[in-house]
Design a protein around this ligand. Sequence first.
Ligand SMILES: *[C@@H]1O[C@H](CO)[C@@H](O)[C@H](O)[C@H]1NC(C)=O
Ligand SMILES: *[C@@H]1O[C@H](CO)[C@@H](O)[C@H](O)[C@H]1NC(C)=O
Ligand SMILES: *[C@@H]1O[C@H](CO)[C@@H](O)[C@H](O)[C@H]1NC(C)=O
Ligand SMILES: *[C@@H]1O[C@H](CO)[C@@H](O)[C@H](O)[C@H]1NC(C)=O
Ligand SMILES: *[C@@H]1O[C@H](CO)[C@@H](O)[C@H](O)[C@H]1NC(C)=O
Ligand SMILES: *[C@@H]1O[C@H](CO)[C@@H](O)[C@H](O)[C@H]1NC(C)=O
Ligand SMILES: *[C@@H]1O[C@H](CO)[C@@H](O)[C@H](O)[C@H]1NC(C)=O
Ligand SMILES: *[C@@H]1O[C@H](CO)[C@@H](O)[C@H](O)[C@H]1NC(C)=O
Length: 430
Amino acid sequence: MAEQRNWLAVVVLIVYALVGIATFSTFINFDNQYTPVQAVRMRENDLLSPSVSPSTASPGKKQTSKPALPTKNTSTSSSSNLTSTEVPLIRIDPSRSNQTHAPLHSAKIDHSTQKHTPLPAITVDPSRRKALAGNKEWKQMQDFPRVKQPWVYNKTAADNFRKELEECCGEDPVVTKKNHPVNSTIQYDAEGKSRLYVSEAVARRFPDENPLKKTYARCSMVGSSGILSGSGCGKAIDSADFVLRCNLAPVAGQFKADVGQRTHLITMNPSMVQNRYKVFRNKTMKERFVRDLSEYGNTRVWMTPFSYKFGTSLSYRVQDVMKEFKLKQQMVFANPNFTGPVNTFWKRRGVRSFRSSTGMFLMTAALRICEEVHLYGFWPWHFDRLGRNLTHHYFDNSKVGWAHNFPHEFRQYQKLHNMGVIHLNTGSCT
Ligand SMILES: *[C@@H]1O[C@H](CO)[C@@H](O)[C@H](O)[C@H]1NC(C)=O
Ligand SMILES: *[C@@H]1O[C@H](CO)[C@@H](O)[C@H](O)[C@H]1NC(C)=O
Ligand SMILES: *[C@@H]1O[C@H](CO)[C@@H](O)[C@H](O)[C@H]1NC(C)=O
Ligand SMILES: *[C@@H]1O[C@H](CO)[C@@H](O)[C@H](O)[C@H]1NC(C)=O
Ligand SMILES: *[C@@H]1O[C@H](CO)[C@@H](O)[C@H](O)[C@H]1NC(C)=O
Ligand SMILES: *[C@@H]1O[C@H](CO)[C@@H](O)[C@H](O)[C@H]1NC(C)=O
Ligand SMILES: *[C@@H]1O[C@H](CO)[C@@H](O)[C@H](O)[C@H]1NC(C)=O
Ligand SMILES: *[C@@H]1O[C@H](CO)[C@@H](O)[C@H](O)[C@H]1NC(C)=O
């Protein structure tokens, strides 16, 4: 009898192990195949070279010191059908562009029941189609639907969705003296049971009140995908009342036409402090950071000190340097009582990954801050719809990570777009 039970236990264990391996390996495969890593990789040449993605670096070719530019040719070429089939974007009224923040409800929101016109057919160059046959990423892209055009904001749907978010993730997106006062504890959201006691010194790092209240009529949320290269979306992005960007993605110079420049909130990954600024080991590194940050004008810098323990002191260091150099930019710390539940929320909705990406967290926060959220530069593949290669980021071609599942996240953006909750822009703006 006991022997039989042992035997049964062994069978059960084996089955569990097999299921576990199967789940794990699909997860890993999926991610390795398709998911870009956060912009930990830098745009500077010295830090760029070791990390060109295998999918785009040809084996024999020596890596050049400059970031690979996309092969996409944006000038109107003779094979005009290739360039004209891209779904056009809705033009945004430039008169609304203003560095000061337009009050909520100032936007003229069109509630008319606009009919959705059928999407134009996409003609992929036959030789390109042949070359891509069997490419897994390309195949996956074909299986994704295209989104409804033109996009129309649906206030009812957006308010319903906000209500859902309020129920799951209603805490302030950032830590304040109010939500985490002196003598309280902070629970890290990505690291098991780690907690932090809020001393008076710690609390001094937090603002009194949540500075990110729902105030803005129209926001641009800018991801870093290579799809932005040559998009000409800079003006459209900058015409919003509030612009959010990820991981110190560059805006000046050559990038301005495609990604704009105005920035009101930009994230910085704690690991960037190590990789790019060498934990500010000397003055040069501090000055480099200050110079990089100056690109963004009067922005807020969003960091996540309370997700992983290693991020706490690194985030504090950044805040201290900002103070030391008397920068006008301000630091905000993501509230783990916001990011934790948000991560769970998207998992429940089918985003199968270790953790939501920065873009996903920020998009969710943007829905709390803005009436209309317009997404640019969110695209999980290294091809556009015409099969033209894209770099990983619009500013570099760093390697693909494993922690996030960008195709799954993209599916959520598509759903929200079709509901009229957010506007997902993946086309050209010109
Ligand atoms: C485009 O990417 C594919 C694989 O992702 C690669 O094999 C091909 O060489 C690239 N083409 C160009 C023109 O860079
Ligand atoms: C893009 O296409 C135009 C017109 O065909 C051509 O003149 C130009 O050289 C191309 N640019 C690149 C970078 O291929
Ligand atoms: C472009 O499409 C038109 C019809 O839509 C067709 O007549 C023409 O041959 C196409 N041109 C190319 C270069 O494919
Ligand atoms: C931009 O903001 C300034 C200062 O608040 C205001 O005087 C100006 O009229 C605004 N411009 C537009 C186009 O809203
Ligand atoms: C807006 O969304 C609501 C709720 O999802 C839906 O009932 C309504 O039909 C939508 N309106 C339009 C114009 O699509
Ligand atoms: C925090 O706790 C310390 C020690 O128990 C106490 O002296 C102090 O008054 C408390 N501060 C606040 C703001 O509650
Ligand atoms: C500062 O640190 C960086 C990175 O280690 C190093 O390359 C640079 O030479 C240092 N600069 C000075 C002035 O010590
Ligand atoms: C934050 O979340 C933790 C659980 O992760 C919970 O124990 C704590 O009470 C929450 N704090 C606040 C201020 O809601």
